[in-house]
Design a protein around this ligand. Structure first.
Ligand code: GLC
Length: 530
């Protein structure tokens, strides 16, 4: 299991309100105790942090607010000593506008070769005052920004994140070298940001307006910037670099593509893993969840790979909150518009306990997002003045953004930032975070933290390495049940009543601890038994 560390919000060792690398080092015993096999560390490079560090100004340097390259080396060494691998987050689709390449490009005249590292083009219309295409930014608004000299540059995300021109061999060479740099530093793997981006249709066509609603998704085939075939050329270049290194390293794709296209990224000479986002996006519904699981298994299986599961990450509403919303409520919309009293927080917690057990029983790789082991909910009521995510501004305040899942972790029940650091944190924590602190939960045998610890321990012991899964015909239509090779069964009860377990069942773990010995599976609960 890989644990995702959002550096800025994990642990602050120097009291400046921002998490840092030495904070991660100080918590390695906690992570080892939880049972993690590896860490995925969100971008820690030099960056103006206009998009939480996904705007990289120097790919070979650590942001001073997080520490130094030596701190990164020390973290990797100490993690390895604890048998924990370290995956760094690589951002190849775009740089920060502060990157020296972009600075050189905008200070150079049109047609200068430095401009060809990005997509910088004249506009449309007689005076070039219209953007080159009708493409929209993922964060809202047009995907083009005009330079003072009249040309336009492409940014699929924030206007401070210009897109690189991957058709330029110089860009390709640079990134192979960046991979080598982090491998030499000891990295065990790479999470590749916007892995379905990079390649652009160099004829720069407009997107047909009848598919306008698809502008920011990868659902349109032959889309001018998502999930294009050329991207696989670059993936293979990186895979060669990884395979040539002695680190025995891996890479995992953040590719938001249709479920039946994920396997293209998982071919033997491409990524080792690619997230099954349709599982993450499924609502608490047995048909939707089983369909997403089966699709992911089939699709990955078609190229001899296994799926990669996650319930949360730093970009989505935390699942303890998503699962507490009535079915049919779109969580991104709910975040901004509410009504927030639709949320049943206790139900969300209950289902989150069941969901992690379901996920950890599946074949494939599992990723956890920091704080989910504490059952942290989305902090949906952050005041507007503290919002930091560029989505809020760029969308003209129509999308609230992702700050609510990035609030610094509570380590202790009290203290200025509940043990996160010695001073106020960069985003305010709600008062109830104290109760959810790791210290409190360590003392409570029925806490979410203890459930994660138990589930992870049992997963190592009981869940077989084989990729086989046998769906069981449930005796109730609202029970999802499957068996793994070796006999372990996983059942989830989506109905409103209790379900009897088979008489001979030996329960290994139940998401509802009060019911472990009753021979019954209550609603919204999951059990592992053999
Ligand atoms: C990815 C990251 C997200 C970031 C975006 C642009 O989706 O996970 O946090 O904003 O890419 O880099």
């Amino acid at each position: 299991m890989i644990y995702q560390v959002y550096v800025r919000s994990f642990a602050d060792s120097d009291g400046d309100g921002t998490g840092d690398i030495n904070g991660i080092r100080s918590r390695l015993p906690y992570l080892a105790d939880l049972g993690v096999d590896g860490l995925w560390v969100n971008p820690w490079y030099t960056s103006p942090l206009h998009d939480g560090g996904y705007d990289v100004a120097d790919y070979r340097e650590i942001n001073p607010i997080y520490g130094t390259l030596q701190d990164a080396r020390d973290l990797i060494r100490e993690a390895h000593a604890a048998d924990i691998k370290v995956i760094v987050d690589l951002v190849p689709n775009h740089t920060s506008a502060q990157h020296e390449w972009f600075q050189e490009a905008i200070q150079s005249p049109p047609n200068h070769p430095s401009r060809n590292r990005y997509h910088i083009r004249p506009g449309k219309g007689t005076d070039g005052s219209e953007p080159p295409t009708n493409w929209l930014s993922v964060f809202g608004g047009p995907a083009w920004e005009r330079l003072p000299d009249g040309e336009w540059y492409l940014h699929l995300f924030d206007h401070t994140q210009p897109d690189l021109n991957w058709a330029n061999p110089e860009v390709q060479d640079e990134f192979r070298d960046i991979f080598r740099f982090w491998l030499a530093l000891g990295a065990d793997g790479f999470r590749v940001d916007v892995a379905h981006g990079l390649a652009k249709d160099m004829s720069f066509p407009d997107i047909p307006t009848e598919t306008e609603e698809l502008l920011v998704t990868a659902k349109l085939r032959n889309h001018p910037f998502w999930d294009r075939d050329d991207v696989h050329t670059y993936i293979r270049q990186w895979r060669e670099v990884l395979d040539a290194s002695p680190n025995n390293s891996m890479m995992v794709a953040e590719a938001w593509v249709a479920p039946e296209r994920v396997h293209l990224y998982l071919r033997p000479d491409e990524y080792h893993q690619s997230f099954a986002f349709n599982f993450l996006e499924s609502s608490w519904n047995p048909e939707e969840l089983t369909t997403s699981i089966q699709k992911a298994l089939d699709d990955a299986g078609s190229v001899g790979a296994v799926p990669t599961w996650a319930l949360s990450n730093h970009d989505v509403v935390r699942h303890a909150t998503r699962y507490g919303l009535p079915e049919g409520v779109e969580w991104r919309k709910w975040l901004l518009e509410g009504p927030h009293d639709l949320l049943d927080a206790d139900l969300g917690q209950r289902r989150a306990r069941a969901a992690i057990m379901l996920m950890l029983a599946l074949p494939g790789s599992a990723y956890l997002y920091q704080g989910e082991e504490l059952g942290l909910p989305e902090v949906w009521d952050l005041p507007e003045e503290v919002l930091d995510d560029p989505v809020w501004e760029q969308s003209g305040h129509t999308t609230k953004g992702r700050d609510g899942c990035r609030v610094p972790l509570p380590w202790t029940a009290n203290g200025p930032s509940f043990g996160f650091g010695a001073g106020p944190p960069w985003l305010p924590q709600p008062a109830y975070f104290g109760n959810l602190s790791a210290a409190n939960q360590a003392l409570d045998p029925e806490s979410m933290l203890q459930l994660y610890r138990s589930a992870l321990r049992l997963r190592r012991a009981l869940v077989p390495a084989s990729d086989e899964i046998e769906w069981l015909v449930p005796h109730h239509p609202k029970v999802v049940a499957f068996r793994r090779a070796g006999g372990l069964q996983c059942w989830v009860n989506f109905s409103r009543g209790e379900i009897a377990l088979p008489d001979e069942a030996t329960v290994q773990l139940m998401s509802d601890p009060a019911e472990t010995d009753t021979g019954k599976l209550p609603p919204d609960a999951c059990v592992w038994f053999n």
